[in-house]
Design a protein around this ligand. Structure first.
Ligand SMILES: C[S@@+](CC[C@H](N)C(=O)[O-])C[C@H]1O[C@@H](n2cnc3c(N)ncnc32)[C@H](O)[C@@H]1O
Length: 277
């Protein structure tokens, strides 16, 4: 099924063109950089561990798992009341009730500029209103979200905590923010803290340990020399893949670019070479 969010760096394009790269017979599907969960929703695993450092995002997933009909009702109210004034009023509030919190998060995601998630230094969401007005879709399957999430454990935490549980029989899909060396630009401010180059180095160390424990790993990252250098070891195969950029605000900036996938079970042509499972 399709994700319920639009997300910077979302991987719908990856699953539509390269689904053969995914490992679909794992004991557990683990995603430590969940975002909109495009790979998770496509794979539809029975058992999953899903996490992201973004607490608001994880709250939305937990409420769709536990209280999807209440979230739908709260979203329908946002749908009816949506206007420019209403958007900024909702944006300025921080509801405590988890259902209201989840509905606010999904409402803002669907109506803000380009589905971006950006907060100021105090952690307050500050993306302006966009042009989209549809808050609940006619054919939207809220029960489907609940079913998909039934076997998923959801946590808000740093990637290292989630990767540390991965071992034999697990599939780890790893999609960090695309920081490259010497370039901590604004686009990478997903949260209050920038994902830095030292986080990229910390990530490779965590992944090497998980690979030694027997996990099958697929990483997405920027097609940049520093990433090829960072994963230069016998443990990893790295492959360039083409994608069409869909998040640019104007079609004149949308063009095909390349990214890389890095794996310990695919060869450089994307064929499975490790058949342990
Ligand atoms: C490229 S996005 C993931 C996109 C996702 N694969 C999708 O299809 O939508 C990267 C995610 O990493 C999260 N993130 C940033 N720093 C993190 C950290 N230190 N630990 C865990 N998650 C982090 C962000 O909140 C963001 O949701």
């Amino acid at each position: 099924m399709k994700p319920f969010l639009k997300w910077a760096g979302g991987k719908r394009w990856l699953v539509s063109r390269y689904s053969n790269f995914l490992c679909d017979d794992a004991r557990r599907h683990i995603e430590p950089f969940l975002g909109s969960g495009a790979v998770f929703f496509y794979a539809n695993p029975k058992c999953a561990v899903l996490s992201d450092v973004n607490e608001e995002l994880i709250c939305a997933y937990i409420q769709l798992k536990k209280n999807a009909s209440s979230v739908r009702d709260a979203l329908s109210i946002h749908h009816e009341r949506h206007s420019s004034e209403y958007y900024y009023k909702v944006r300025s509030k921080c509801p405590i009730d988890p259902v209201e919190r989840a509905a606010r998060f999904i409402y803002l995601n669907r109506t803000c500029f380009n589905g971006l998630y950006r907060v100021n230094l105090k952690g307050v969401f500050n993306v302006p209103k966009g042009t989209k007005t549809q808050v609940v879709y006619d054919d939207e399957d809220f029960d489907g979200y609940t079913n998909a999430l039934k076997g998923a454990k959801l946590t808000s935490c740093d990637f290292s905590d989630t990767i540390s549980i991965a071992g034999e029989g697990d599939f780890l899909y790893v999609d960090p923010p695309y920081t490259v060396k010497h370039n901590n630009n604004n686009f990478l401010k997903y949260n209050e803290r920038i994902f830095s180059w030292s986080d990229q180095k910390r990530l490779v160390e965590c992944l090497a340990d998980a690979a030694k424990r027997g996990a099958k790993i697929l990483v997405s990252n920027a097609d940049h020399k520093c990433i090829w250098d960072l994963y230069r070891s016998n443990m990893w195969n790295i492959t360039s893949v083409e994608r069409c950029s869909v998040l640019a605000s104007s079609s004149k900036y949308r063009r095909n670019t390349t990214e890389v996938v890095i794996s310990n079970y695919l060869d450089v042509s994307g064929n499975v070479v490790d058949t342990r499972f």
